[in-house]
Ligand binder design. Structure first.
Ligand code: SF4
Length: 272
């Protein structure tokens, strides 16, 4: 099989009664799972679009826009495979930007590490949740938000990696006033309910034992995690990774059936 071979297929889904046709081009040869993230991003965008269309039909409008980065001070959950994608993204940046971004990551990480916040969060995350423990976990997230530490990628209140931002950032959409997102009490925030949220499914794709032990990874932990745990994912074809993703989705929610991607072959330049 040629190194640059890809396969393209159309997937017809029906989500909340809305037909969704996705054309996906995936690697035909075995690749690491984080090479699939552009495709998972495409799907996350499509699922978000359906949620947006639904609220627009109700006469509401999305209030998220460039210049509002209130939500970018929250603890942003990422999948293990996203940690390596983010680390590679930062590593690929030209200097001095690479060093600046790394410094921001280090500062944010050290700040919360010195508070013992990661340990508390990990303990709560791994625990079976009673309502009281759930409330404690939410309280920890509020504490984090209250520290007003911006995401290392936030610049002039705009996301500097917009097209490559994590899936959870794509799922956070509101129709309420931006001012409400900045309130520490989190009251009166009207979030868009998405028919399918791929974050949980993505969390399980290729998750390692170390990833499970670590609990929910957060964006500001990405560089440290990738550095301390050299990537050791298996390789699978794009079609197999998609099957894993949709299989996880099936266990999380009422999902579309797994796609069958075997239509035509094309050639792209790719990077493993
Ligand atoms: S990656 Fe972008 S959208 Fe996500 S929290 Fe950071 S700045 Fe905000």
């Amino acid at each position: 099989m040629s190194e640059n071979e890809w396969v393209t297929g159309k997937v017809g889904l029906r989500i909340s009664g809305v037909p969704l046709d996705l054309e996906m081009t995936v690697p035909a040869r075995p690749v690491k799972p984080h090479r699939m993230l552009p495709i998972f991003h495409q799907m996350a965008n499509s699922f978000a679009d359906i949620g947006v269309q639904a609220v627009e039909l109700e006469g509401k409008a999305i209030s998220c826009k460039a210049g509002c980065g209130a939500c970018c001070r929250q603890p942003v959950p990422i999948a293990e495979i996203e940690a390596y994608q983010i680390a590679e993204l930062v590593e690929s940046m030209p200097e001095p930007r690479r060093s600046e971004i790394k410094e921001r990551f280090n500062a944010a990480y050290d700040f919360f590490d010195n508070l013992g916040w990661f340990d508390d969060f990990r303990t709560e995350y791994l625990r079976k949740k009673t309502p009281a423990e759930m409330a404690k976990a939410i309280g920890l997230a509020h504490d984090y938000f209250g520290k007003n530490v911006p995401c290392p990628f936030l610049e002039n209140e705009m996301c500097s990696i917009h097209t490559q931002r994590p899936v959870s950032c794509r799922e956070y959409l509101v129709t309420s006033s931006p001012k409400n997102c900045a309130n520490l009490d989190g009251k009166n925030i009207e979030m868009v309910t998405l028919p399918v949220k791929p974050t949980k499914s993505l969390n399980k794709v290729a998750r390692t034992d170390e990833g499970k032990r670590s609990g929910q990874l957060l964006l500001i932990q990405a560089l440290r995690y990738a550095e301390e745990h050299p990537e050791a994912f298996p390789e699978k074809t794009g079609e197999q990774w998609m099957a894993d993703f949709f299989g996880n989705l099936a266990n999380e929610q009422q999902p579309p059936p797994p796609p069958n991607i075997k239509k035509r072959r094309s050639r792209h330049n790719s990077k493993r």
